[in-house]
Structure formats: C-alpha cells, structure tokens
Design a protein. Structure first.
Length: 166
C-alpha cells in the first residue's frame, strides 16, 4: 500500500521520535521513518498519548526530557519528531469526552486541532530546552491516521486552535 506523507525539510542528523504506544501503528511508524531515510537513525521514546502524555503527566515529562538529553549526548540528535495519531485511546483515557471523536467531518477537524495543540505545547518546551541545554534541535509534529498516512501539524494551525470547538 502506498502511503501519503507530508513535505518538510529533511532531518540533517539523527532523530528522536516520540510516539504513542498504540500496537496498531508499530509497523506504520517504521515505514514512515524508513520513507524519511531514517532507518537505524532514530531513537524512539514511547508514551501513551505521545505529546499529550508528555504535557499532562509531570513524571512522563521529566522522563521524556531526561531521555532526550541522553539521546543528544549519545547520538547526535538534531531533530525531534512528535508523532501523534488519530483514534488515540490515550486521549480518551486522559481527556474523556474532549478526547473522543467520531467519524464526522467536524470531529475529524477537532481531533487534528487537539493533537496540534498538545504537539505544539511540547514542541515549545523542547525548543526552550534546546536553547538552555545548548543542543540545537528542530521539532517536527505529525498526525498519523490508522492507515499509516501522515499529515504535518503546523504551527499556524495552533494559532487558530482557540477558535476551534474542541
Ligand atoms: Zn495512542
């Protein structure tokens, strides 16, 4: 099956990938990273809910940044990929109705905005960590669907999220 992937600047060094633990997407995640020419060039850190887990749970946030620090020291990490995904069970567990979506167009949009909100929050924390720790990092945020297709989560969408009914 051919997948659709977004366009963005290629990773220059190695990558730290934050993904959800969802068992349905493990093969799709490897395929996506291979498509990005990153075979054996990424460390993977897994949290239920990906960015949501790292933002709402202080322990997980600490664990994430400790691992990012080790990854930067050991593996010449230059890019962080935050890979969110649709139909994420952890969003339902952590957020209840706000994190539950049906297949309607409106819910589809709301789901994207909600993932973008948490991904951009974490991306901001990573950028400020990057400045204070002296590790120059770029952050890319993505949303995968259950077929393995991937969209870019852009900063601009985060700016309208205040008006989205999520
Ligand atoms: Zn998930």
């Amino acid at each position: 099956m051919r997948h659709s992937y977004p366009a963005y600047p290629a990773a220059r060094g190695n990558v730290l990938l934050l993904s959800c633990m969802d068992l349905r997407l493990l093969d799709d995640i490897v395929r996506f990273m291979e498509h990005d020419n990153l075979t054996n060039r990424y460390d993977q850190f897994i949290l239920a809910g990906a960015a949501l887990g790292a933002v709402v749970n202080d322990h997980w946030n600490t664990a994430f940044f400790e691992h990012l620090d080790v990854a930067c020291k050991l593996h010449n990490v230059r890019d962080v990929y935050i890979l969110e995904h649709r139909n994420c069970g952890a969003y339902k567990v952590f957020l209840g109705d706000e994190g539950s979506f049906d297949d309607s167009h409106q819910h589809h949009e709301n789901e994207l905005h909600l993932h973008n909100r948490y991904a951009q929050q974490l991306a901001e924390r990573i950028r400020s960590w990057s400045q204070t720790s002296g590790n120059p990092l770029q952050v890319q945020c993505f949303l995968m669907d259950l077929r393995g297709n991937v969209e870019l989560l852009a900063d601009t969408a985060a700016q309208d999220e205040g008006s989205a009914a999520v």
